[in-house]
Design a protein around this ligand. Structure first.
Ligand code: ADP
Ligand code: MG
Ligand code: MG
Length: 899
């Protein structure tokens, strides 16, 4: 028959599901012979029974009585018969829910016990202070009487004593206070607190059970995704007294610094106090090092225990402890929570210390934590109250001047200013302005809005959907929720990791880890002068070592999505093994827009040819720059994908411009032609319209020009002794015949270029797989494709049949709420989309052995998706330069897990 009550010595760390984390830790420490006060645990199973049936299991009372009697016997044996037996009754679930449930201390106190406590301790004041606290906390937590009754009474007693601090009340006043509290209890409940300790315990246990369903606990579980039906265990432990004279006290400690990961014990200590005083923050604690001075023996004992725990758990532990008259007692331990920097530093240090292996270290770090180390951040001192809040859409912090339109952003950037682009939402044509900004703020849209997607791709911090900020684009002002109005050029700070927006300038520092990769010489400019903690070097070193271990296991290649030489440069610095997606649309924006307009408006073959020739020249330079940076590594260039009309100004904007221009101006005629073109090419569903390979097949010379520019750039570099490795990628193919036509054209251009330059450039031509039809005909496609690149963003859109921008803005929140999916399919690959990838890979590879396959959607940088792609047998993932380290790490972890 299962039992509901376990003595500490009968439990252990692996019984957290039954005993709760807190008791499992106490049990483990008991077994390790660390000084833990004796006690027992009531299981989570008893709690679950209680929650389900509204009453305790029948056997429970009897089991508690037995444990209680045993505890009494062992206390008297260990401490002598005059020590009053008081206990702490604490909650503790399998998953730690710090401070979310109730604790009742000093259970067992009563009118007689308090006298016993006074004579045992020889300190009457201490005994009455403990008693007053007990009555109050029993009344509040167990009897659920309102807190204010006691607060008011306490204030009255203090006032009559002429003091503001309860800590200064003398014994007589503490007695008065206790009696006042007792009077309130009798008045409110019609009865006194039961005198029988066993009965007190019963009520306290029930209160702890009930606190599982308290408001705080529910909210916490909801946020942390902790199951509702786990229940809490109840831990009953002999009280030890930290407020018993000057050589007593209480504290919390970590075996290492949880923020920096620096080795050596770290903690806070409060003299002459009980544990709750630390949490309440009413009195100032001193650093643990102070304890070394106050009580060297206890300090040495504590440090030895911390070392023992770390060796035993093979990880950082955090503990609660109390010193009673120079004797140390351990009251809690668990694996310590730590910050992102500490995660890496501790993992690396523990390997050095021979505690864990490199493989175990890899298991303790995550790509998500690594990503946090790469973005600029606000200096620690800066966290004030945010002025507004939005969706944390792309991590990192940014400080800059506000601009309200994309053109302005580029102008300001040219003047050397850091700008933050503020828009209701962004559109593809805003891209040059986004590229010129160091941060983005939008007032509508969420994590998958255009602004968010682009920002993450570029590694620019972004806060989206800050709905309570009002924009007045006409007067170029922004009004914060508190009424503060900011104008163009004013400073704004935003944190894309938290969604916080601050008016003005918040000090910022560059991430030391990013700086080390991007500028290993150490000469990089800081975004803002800020403190450089000494441990930065250790963190950087740790990250590099961990990446080394990951690379050692990694099977998947990691490429980057990079559209410019600058991005390519970053990608290489982060260790990208090539470019998996070089989008060419950026080459049609900014100062190239007039050329594109000429191309669209061309009426004769000659006009068209002239526009294409101009494009050829500029694109050749773009490709040359990128190929040069990536010398020796593959660069997969995607031929133009978006509909051409996306490069025209917005239809409404053109209409307004047209209507307001003078009748005879040249400008107006031009605008009229643009407007006509925009209307002509307008599509209801551009995502499913004239784009990708369809554009290439119907827009004469467009793809050929791109291929020529790429081939000529490669030929030039080869002539200069370089090793360019271009690849051509055809977007949005649904049928092998589309691919074949484009391939024929491209091969002809390649042949022409090699004939005219005398230089043979090999340039594999492959296809993107981003339509279900392509995935399902992968075998056919492989006959003509030298490689596959899965565009998982479009593949997700076309498999689900929703457009990302529209879906996210309207029904995604509901879908997430109803758990139709737990995570956006644009963030982590959807299993069905994933099975299209798996099938197409298998079919492709069997049709063409050695076919290279990769992923170039945003999923390429997502930890869970990387794991999937590794399983699916792909050759590489490609992600934005700032995700390359994350991808290397996660691909290494994925391979290790498989081993
Ligand atoms: P939380 O889960 O919020 O940390 P705990 O259940 O750990 O709450 O306990 C609250 C406080 O009571 C802690 O500060 C702890 O140190 C103190 N405490 C717990 N058990 C004992 C005990 N046996 N003797 C003295 N103090 C205790
Ligand atoms: Mg605790
Ligand atoms: Mg696509």
């Amino acid at each position: 028959m299962d039992k509901y009550v376990y003595e500490f010595a009968d439990g252990g760390r692996h019984m957290a599901n039954l005993l709760g984390g807190e008791s499992a830790g106490l049990a483990e420490m008991t077994r390790m012979d660390l000084p833990v006060p004796p006690g027992f645990t009531i299981t989570t199973e008893a709690c679950r029974f209680y929650l389900e049936h509204g009453r305790e299991p029948a056997r429970l009372a009897e089991e508690i009585t037995r444990a209680w009697t045993q505890l009494e016997a062992s206390v008297h044996k260990q401490f002598g018969a005059d020590r009053p037996m008081l206990v702490a009754v604490r909650s503790g679930a399998e998953i730690s829910m710090p401070g979310m449930m109730d604790t009742v201390l000093n259970v067992g106190l009563g009118d007689e016990a308090v006298e016993q406590l006074a004579s045992w301790s020889g300190d009457e004041r201490f005994a009455w202070e403990a008693y007053s606290r007990f009555v109050r906390s029993f009344a509040e937590t167990v009897l659920r009487l309102p807190e204010y009754l006691f607060r008011t009474a306490e204030a009255d007693v203090r006032r009559s004593a002429g003091t503001t601090a309860t800590g200064e009340l003398d014994t007589a006043r503490l007695k008065t206070l206790t009696h006042v509290y007792q009077h309130i209890v009798r008045h409110e409940t019609g009865d006194a607190i039961p005198r029988d300790p066993r009965r007190q315990l019963e009520l306290a246990v029930r209160a702890v059970f009930d606190s599982w369903n308290g408001e705080r606990a529910r909210a916490y579980r909801n946020r942390e995704d902790i199951p509702e039906d786990l229940g809490t265990a109840v831990n009953v432990c002999l009280m030890v007294f930290g407020s018993l004279g000057p050589n007593s006290g209480t504290g919390v400690a970590f075996t290492r610094d949880p923020a920096t990961g620096a080795p050596g014990a770290y903690g806070d200590y409060l003299r002459r106090a009980v544990g709750e005083d630390i949490v309440a923050g009413l009195r100032n604690t001193v650093p643990l090092t102070e304890l070394e001075r106050l009580d060297p023996a206890s300090y040495a004992h504590l440090c030895a225990n911390l070392r023992a725990l770390e060796t035993h758990y093979r990880d950082v532990c955090d503990i609660e402890f109390t010193i009673e008259r120079g004797t140390l007692w351990m009251l809690q331990t668990r694996i310590g929570e730590r910050g992102a920097e500490a995660t890496f530093r501790i993992a690396s240090d523990l390997v050095d210390e021979g505690v864990i292996t490199p493989d175990e270290a890899l298991g303790r770090v995550t790509g998500e934590r690594l990503a946090r180390l790469l973005f600029p951040r606000f200096a620690d001192s800066a966290h004030g109250h945010p002025s507004a809040h939005g969706v944390a859409a792309s991590p990192g912090a940014a400080v800059g001047r506000i601009v309200f339109d994309a053109h302005k952003a580029a102008d300001h950037k040219a003047k050397g200013q850091n700008v933050i682009l503020v828009r209701p939402q962004t559109r593809p044509e805003d891209l040059p302005g986004m590229l010129a900004s160091i941060g983005l703020l939008t007032t509508s849209g969420g994590k998958t809005s255009h602004a968010a997607v682009v920002a993450r791709g570029l590694g620019i911090p972004c806060v989206c959907g800050a709905e309570r900020i009002e924009l007045d684009p006409h007067h170029k002002t922004l009004t914060l929720p508190d009424g503060t109005r900011l104008h163009e050029g004013d400073f704004l700070s935003l944190d894309g990791s938290t969604g916080d927006v601050f008016a003005g300038r918040t000090p910022l520092v560059t991430s030391p880890v990013a700086r080390e990769f991007l500028h290993p010489a150490g000469g990089a400019p800081q975004l803002w002068p800020g403190p450089e903690p000494a441990h930065d070097e250790a963190v950087v070193h740790a990250v590099q070592r961990v990446l080394g271990w990951a690379d050692h296991h990694r099977r998947l290649g990691v490429r980057a999505n990079a559209d410019t030489a600058t991005e390519a440069d970053q990608a290489r610095a982060f260790g990208a093994e090539g470019i998996g997606l070089c989008r060419t649309e950026h080459m049609f924006l900014g100062d190239r827009q007039p050329i594109v307009e000429r191309l669209i408006l061309a009426e004769t073959a000659q006009e068209r040819g002239a526009a294409l020739a101009e494009l050829l020249t500029v694109q050749r330079e773009d490709f040359r720059a990128i190929l040069r940076v990536m010398d020796g590594l593959p660069v997969a260039v995607r031929l133009l994908d978006p509909p051409l009309h996306e490069f025209l100004p917005d239809l409404t904007e053109l209409e307004i411009r047209h209507a307001t221009l003078d009748d005879r101006s040249r400008d107006r005629r031009h605008t009229a032609r643009l407007l006509e073109a925009a209307r002509r090419t307008h599509e209801q569903n551009p995502m499913l319209g004239l784009r990708g390979v369809r554009l290439g097949l119907t827009s004469p010379g467009l793809y050929a020009t791109q291929v020529r520019a790429l081939a000529e750039a490669a030929a030039q570099l080869r002539a200069e002794g370089g090793d360019p490795r271009p690849e051509i990628m055809v977007p949005l193919v649904g049928d092998v015949r589309e691919l074949r036509l484009i391939k024929l054209q491209a091969e002809q251009v390649l042949a022409e270029v090699s004939a005219s330059t005398g230089i043979e450039v090999s340039c594999p031509i492959g296809t993107m797989i981003e339509l279900p039809r392509a995935a399902l005909t992968a075998g056919d496609l492989a006959a003509d494709a030298a490689f596959f690149s899965f565009g998982t963003n479009d593949l997700t859109q076309t498999t689900w049949g929703f457009s990302r921008d529209d879906a996210e803005a309207s029904f995604f929140p509901d879908y997430l709420k109803h758990k139709i999916f737990d995570v956006s399919p644009f963030q982590t690959i959807d299993p069905v989309v994933g099975s299209l990838v798996t099938q197409a890979t298998a079919a492709g590879k069997s049709a063409r052995p050695g076919l290279e396959t990769g992923v170039c959607g945003e999923h390429g940088g997502d930890p869970a998706s990387i794991r999937f792609f590794d399983q699916a047998g792909l050759d590489y993932v490609s992600c934005s330069p700032f995700r390359v380290l994350v991808a290397r790490l996660e691909a290494g972890k994925a391979a290790l897990e498989k081993e």
